[in-house]
Design a protein around this ligand. Structure first.
Ligand SMILES: [Zn+2]
Length: 324
């Protein structure tokens, strides 16, 4: 048993023993190193695939672990090849498995049979990554030539034209940056002028009609103009209807007013009448004056000055239209 703790016995001499392990005559790896003089180290080894034991013919599943004797048996280039020798747990037989660095896998060397469950990409519609089949014959030179000819054709017919087109495009866009910049800036200046003029016109409309600063006016085009005109026509029509209704009402009330007012006035003016004054004449004169005023007002409201919409109204309305 190697020393696990740091107890140093009284007769321990560092000059003589060097370490606790050597003092006890044990290897640092303990019992696993008992065959180290043969180049064998005992390691825990897990079966990488299913096998059948060659001695007892039992199936041993992938993942079963053994205390295997690991030994270096050679090299593939600079990569060591290890062999693992395990004793079957169902019988006394031994089997040996080696690493295969060339194919990055394990192979059963003796004492067992491997169950063949390797994933074969070529069998499943893919391509083998490693061309390591030792029985593969020499490459067919005609097939290789055909392959390279196809590649050449593809490059000539597809890749080179595409690259040339891209190159032309790139040249077209980046050969003369000065003129491009000039053109872009000119366009920008013109657009800026238009925008500024429009902004000023909008500001004027807003200040004229007392519209809020943040109100966005729509751009003036045929559609919005027509819409605004339509809206204006509708408003004018409804105004006219209201006015004519008012006029009709007043006209209908005319015969009522004298009766009620005269009866009221006559009742109130009875003493004056009785006194023999000309009160009835004064009342009728007042009524005539009021009616005359009303008629004048309504005629001026529906006058010829409002028959045609002023041009500025259109612009004022378009903001309202957009808001709605
Ligand atoms: Zn066995």
């Amino acid at each position: 048993m190697q020393g696990f703790n740091k107890y140093y016995p009284p007769d321990f001499d560092p000059q003589k023993h060097g370490s606790l392990n050597s003092y006890r005559g044990k290897h640092a790896l303990g019992d696993r190193a008992r065959k180290l003089d043969q180049g064998i180290l005992i390691v825990r080894f897990e079966l990488p695939f299913n096998i059948w034991c060659g001695t007892c013919n039992n199936h041993i599943g992938m993942g079963v672990r053994y205390n295997a004797e690991k030994k270096k048996i050679g090299n593939y280039y600079s990569t060591p090849i290890y062999s693992f020798r395990c004793k079957c747990h169902l019988c006394d037989g031994w089997f040996e498995i080696q690493t295969d660095p060339k194919n990055t896998r394990y192979v059963v060397v003796s004492g067992a049979r491997q169950k063949d469950e390797e994933w074969d990409p070529a069998e499943n519609g893919g391509f083998a990554v490693h061309e390591t089949d030792p029985n593969q014959g020499p490459v067919d030179p005609l097939a290789a030539l055909e392959k390279s000819t196809e590649a050449q054709n593809y490059m000539n017919n597809v890749q080179i034209p595409r690259i040339e087109a891209l190159q032309n495009l790139s040249d077209h866009y980046s050969s003369d940056p000065y003129s491009h910049s000039l053109r872009v800036r000119k366009r920008f200046r013109e657009q800026k002028k238009v925008d500024k003029a429009r902004e000023e016109a909008d500001e004027q409309i807003k200040s004229t009609y007392g519209l809020p600063e943040t109100l966005a006016l729509t751009a003036e085009d045929e559609e919005s103009k027509a819409k605004a005109k339509e809206e204006w026509e509708r408003a004018r029509q409804s105004l006219e209807e209201r006015e004519s209704a008012k006029r009709r009402r007043i006209g209908a009330e005319v015969p009522i007013i004298p009766r009620t007012s005269s009866s009221r006035l006559s009742a109130r003016a009875a003493p004056a009448k009785a006194s023999g004054s000309s009160g009835g004449d004064a009342v009728s004169a007042l009524r005539a004056k009021i009616l005359g005023n009303t008629a004048r007002q309504s005629s001026s409201l529906a006058g010829p000055g409002r028959a045609k919409p002023p041009d500025i109204n259109l612009k004022g309305l378009r903001g309202l239209v957009k808001k709605a």
